[in-house]
Write a protein that binds this ligand. Structure first.
Ligand code: HEM
Length: 154
């Protein structure tokens, strides 16, 4: 399925807004992840031994920003090249980290849902179904690339 200029623009536009509020939105992403699936907590080194989400934790922020930013980059690639093209070494790294952590398909869905809720939170009334669909599709394609790499490394 093609990715349109409009879809790319919707993702870019929302990422520009999200960028201005990274610490709060990173925490929001994790709040949503744990609301949807409390058991995911045990997977993250910075969550497993705490009862509360750590504020200003660099690892938490790093993972959230990687998810936001790489999905945005995936949207650009989808429009320009019709597919997600993560550089080989980065993809290998992504594959091996998530393989090592034992991340399964259902958990990719949890993070997707949490991401969409974070876009909604950031954009408020400007958030449309079309905008959410564009993020979903870009996320799915990026997640598919990571999962393929995980299978190859397994
Ligand atoms: C680590 C990216 C989805 C769980 C990482 C790292 C990257 C990354 C770059 C290395 C550490 C860092 O730089 O933060 C992504 C991207 C994703 C994605 C782009 C989506 C498209 C997921 C999902 C899960 C997950 C769905 C499962 C809930 C983890 C865990 C680590 C990790 C547990 C190790 C973090 C730690 O404990 O310090 N991810 N990830 N990731 N990822 Fe993901």
């Amino acid at each position: 399925m093609g990715f349109s200029e409009k879809q790319e623009a919707l993702v870019k536009e929302s990422w520009e807004v999200m960028k201005q509020d990274i610490p709060a939105l990173s925490l929001y992403l994790y709040t949503m992840i744990l609301e949807i699936s409390p058991e995911v907590k045990g997977l993250f080194s910075f969550l497993k031994d705490t009862d509360e989400l750590p504020r200003n934790n660099p690892k938490l922020k790093s993972h959230a920003v990687k998810v936001f930013k790489m999905v945005c980059e995936a949207a650009i690639q989808l429009r320009e090249q019709g597919e997600v093209v993560v550089p080989g070494s980065t993809l290998k790294y992504l594959g091996s980290v998530h393989l090592q952590k034992g991340i399964v398909d259902a958990q990719f869905e949890v993070v997707k849902e949490a991401l969409i809720r974070t876009v909604e939170k950031a954009m408020g009334e400007k958030c449309t179904e079309e905008m959410k669909d564009a993020w979903s599709e870009a996320y799915d394609q990026l997640a598919a690339a990571i999962k393929t790499e995980m299978k190859q490394e397994a």
